[in-house]
Ligand binder design. Structure first.
Ligand code: HEC
Length: 204
């Protein structure tokens, strides 16, 4: 019994047509838009459409930079920049309520996932298993100069990444100011509390 006799006639011819279609269509790939050469401009690609033949467009007014602060853009934010040690420096401008509020906002965005809302190191990702950072309320961190916090944000620290490409220098100082406020909130003597508030605390 030959091969042909094992199959029904229609099935046999169906298979032949299918194989022929597959064979012929394999050459069509080049006619289709390759997925890896998509219809879009790649960085610095020429353009017939725009003046000067450039596809890159000038930045619009009020464009907000993604990376800044004297750092080349990179995930660690510190390519090719010489490390300047400012760990002994204190916040270089007067701290106002507005700056504290800005610091609180930035701190809550960038630092709470690990350091927690109050800074004791029990942020959400730590509760899920990330290494626990030290509490800001330790004797040591209460006594380091402001520049130490600034440095940690700028350069990273041990297992903590740099935040230089996400937080502008001005905002880093605002965060330092807010961390100082957090520290004060956990270590205040009654004598430091304004008189009018003190009374209500004592009676409460
Ligand atoms: C993804 C988690 C994570 C985030 C987010 C994070 N940190 Fe940390 N941070 C750590 C860890 C972990 C350590 C301890 C690193 C080590 O000792 O190896 C640390 C340590 C520190 C220290 C202590 C340095 C010392 O002298 O012991 C400071 C200060 C600090 N972080 C500030 C910040 C600030 C400010 C932010 C927000 C801009 C921030 N961190 C965001 C994880 C994080």
């Amino acid at each position: 019994m030959g091969f042909r006799h094992c199959l029904k006639k229609e099935v046999f011819w169906g298979c032949i047509v299918l194989v022929a279609v597959l064979f012929l269509s394999s050459g069509c790939e080049n006619l289709m838009q390759d997925m890896y050469d998509q219809a879009k401009y790649e960085p610095f690609e020429k353009s017939e459409l725009f003046p000067q033949g450039q596809s890159a467009r000038p930045l619009m007014d009020n464009t907000v930079v993604h990376a800044s602060g004297g750092f080349a853009s990179s995930s660690s934010g510190r390519v090719g920049i010489k490390k300047v040690d400012i760990s002994g420096v204190n916040i270089p401008f007067p701290v106002t309520l507005k700056i504290l509020q800005r610091g609180q906002e930035r701190y809550n965005i960038y630092c709470t996932p690990c350091h927690g809302l109050v800074g004791d190191g029990d942020g959400m990702v730590v509760r899920r298993g990330f290494p626990r950072p030290p509490s800001y309320h330790s004797e040591r961190l209460r006594n380091v100069p402001d520049g130490h916090f600034y440095n940690v944000m700028t350069w990273g620290f041990g297992r903590m990444l740099s935040y230089a490409d996400r937080i502008e220098p001005q905002d880093r100082w605002a965060i330092v100011a807010y961390i100082r406020a957090l520290q004060l909130s956990q270590h205040t003597r009654l004598a430091d509390v304004p008189k009018n508030v003190r009374q209500s605390l004592e009676s409460g």
